[in-house]
Design a protein around this ligand. Sequence first.
Ligand SMILES: [Zn+2]
Length: 261
Amino acid sequence: MSVKIAIIGGSGAYDPSMFKVEEEVTPGTPYGNPSAPILIGELAGVKVAFLERHGQGHVYPPHMVPYRANLWALKELGVEHIISTSTCGSLKEGLHPGELVVLDQFVDFTKDRKYSFYNQGATYHISVAEPFCKDLRELFYIEGERLGLPIHQEGTYACIEGPRFSTKAESKMFQDYADVVGMTLVPEAPLARELEMCYVNISMITDYDVWKEHVVSIQDIISVMQKNLGQVRSLLESTLPKILTGCRKCECAKALENAKA
Ligand SMILES: [Zn+2]
């Protein structure tokens, strides 16, 4: 069964009422099994594959997620477009918990992950100067605006290794480089590019990380997450039918051209 669009959902993103599962598959890959069975069904009349990044029951912390198996398995199913959702902490006063960011850049502070599919045999140096699909970013932002969601058109994500949170000193340093901080974007985004798939990330801000003097309760974070998830769901329902499959005009589809050493 071929499916062109996939959603990789972060913490708490899977809601069984979101779509009716028609098929569940676990493709084996040269990199092991994906984090969870891939659920295939219909959302807003569009056939999509859904993969829980952290596995069923959140068994893979960010630094242990089998990113290569996840991307490879989706590619095997025929996926061309990946919509990734994740939570993040804000590094800026102007970015508030409860808001969404359509990321346009990242800075990689991870330390020990499997970053590439090309570790032997052929060497490829792909370009990630613009690490996300331009067309998908534009589509999601326009749709988010139209729906009246609190959505930011761009933002730079600092990806840390985790699973621990940052120290205050680290968080203050990241403020010089990025707008939000999280643990999962790298290597997921560059691996999608290596497989020439279009990739967009919608980041949901849940808190102010640790740089800001403030008291956060777990109840606050949960209520922000629930509000965020409702917003992301309406954004998905509205945007999915507008994604054109089978005729990509963006650069993502030719990422390997001229990248071979
Ligand atoms: Zn693209």
